[in-house]
Design a protein around this ligand. Structure first.
Ligand SMILES: [Zn+2]
Length: 325
């Protein structure tokens, strides 16, 4: 138990995240990168209970999140909303075993099937971190090396937690909208389909104009295209822009606004254009993966994901070009 609080009125601190108060009774838990927390979370006081949005990567980080949520609100965590099936957003679910966990039907199924497969595979082959050492040593840029070190830290924490990790599946599923009513406020769990993954949910607080967007948004941070549908993702972000949102909490990066949503939409289009034009110029996969980020994204974190995104887009667009011939 690493969470500490010096006085009852000072916010709890944790090595895994720092808390940002967004409104009365609403906090973002912004992760410290490389500690094993990995994906940002949220805490919302409903009055007669507390809601947590996403549950971090490891049980230790999730325990701190639970302790912080209950210390800040003075109420037990009664609801958890999972944004999508990726482990940095759901692995902490087991720490909230007595809460009602909510997500979309598709995400529940993906946790049950893909989540279980990923966990089983990691348990069978628990250590590929030496290959990360080699990647760090041969990284093309200091930014990439730094980012790989962050990944290594998160994976180390994950592998260390494997013996105690247990998948905890959501209890309630919804498709488009579920309103949760507390005595102090009502919040909306929403899904506009899948963009970052096959199904993405987010949390909207209409009165406070706050949205917790999960990995539909990264703020100054390359978002992963691994399971993405870029066209759908853009459409989802367009619908999110139409909501009255002042504060947008991303799955990765710092608290942002709708300007960051707009920047991400631009990024999706720019990345596709970057790779498309390189293919037209006749560049090889190796050349494309080595392309520097466009100037607008040069300072964004998660450089390793940027490289993965180039590779992913190359595979996708080169295949589409072959099929068109
Ligand atoms: Zn994530």
């Amino acid at each position: 138990m690493s969470l500490s609080s010096d006085a009852s009125d000072s916010p709890p601190t944790s090595p895994y995240f720092h808390l940002e108060r967004l409104a009365e009774g609403v906090w973002a838990a912004i992760v410290e990168r490389g500690t094993g927390a990995w994906g940002n979370a949220g805490i919302v006081a409903l009055g007669n209970g507390t809601l947590v949005f996403d549950t971090l990567l490891t049980p230790a980080a999730a325990q701190d999140l639970r302790t912080a949520a209950e210390a800040l609100t003075g109420q037990p965590v009664v609801y958890v909303v999972n944004s999508h099936y990726h482990m940095d957003h759901i692995h902490g679910n087991a720490i909230f075993d007595d809460a009602t966990i909510i997500t979309t039907g598709k995400t529940r199924e993906r946790i049950a099937v893909r989540g279980a497969e990923i966990l089983a595979r990691m348990r069978e082959q628990p250590d590929d971190l030496t290959s990360l050492d080699a990647e760090i040593a041969s990284a093309a840029t200091p930014e990439l090396a730094d980012d790989l070190r962050v990944q290594q830290g998160d994976y180390r924490a994950l592998y260390a937690a494997l013996p105690e990790l247990a998948l905890r599946l959501p209890d309630i599923t919804f498709e488009q909208r579920l309103t949760l009513h507390g005595t102090e406020r009502s919040v909306e769990a929403l899904s506009y389909g899948g963009g970052h993954t096959g199904s993405d949910a987010f949390l909207f607080l209409p009165a406070e104009r706050i949205a917790f967007l999960g990995d539909l948004l990264g703020v100054r941070m390359h978002p992963s295209f691994g399971q993405a549908d870029l066209e759908q993702w853009d459409e989802i972000l367009e619908r999110i822009e139409a909501l009255d949102i002042q504060t947008a909490v991303p799955g990765h990066g710092h608290v942002g606004t709708l300007e960051d949503v707009e920047a991400l939409r631009q990024y999706l289009g720019d990345m596709e254009m970057l790779v498309d034009e390189a293919i037209v110029r006749g560049e090889t996969a190796e050349q494309i993966v080595a392309l520097p980020p466009p100037v607008a994204y040069a300072a964004w974190d998660a450089r390793a994901i940027y490289t993965d995104n180039l590779r992913h887009l190359y595979d996708l667009l080169a295949r589409a070009a072959e099929e068109a011939e």
